[in-house]
Design a protein around this ligand. Sequence first.
Ligand code: SF4
Length: 57
Amino acid sequence: MQHSEHMNRCIGCTVQQCAHHAGKDNFCTLDKVSIGTHEKDPTEPQCVDCESFRLGN
Ligand code: SF4
């Protein structure tokens, strides 16, 4: 878990299992994240992924 003073308020995130999550605050601590898709033709939010996710907390 990262310290919340480093959180990036431009990147909201609720994935608390990620090593880059700000902990009790629902933000990412990275300056930049990469978003991608595992679908050939994405049509809804569930089709896209944060590719910067790393298992951590
Ligand atoms: S890297 Fe992605 S999944 Fe992890 S906290 Fe940041 S935005 Fe969330």
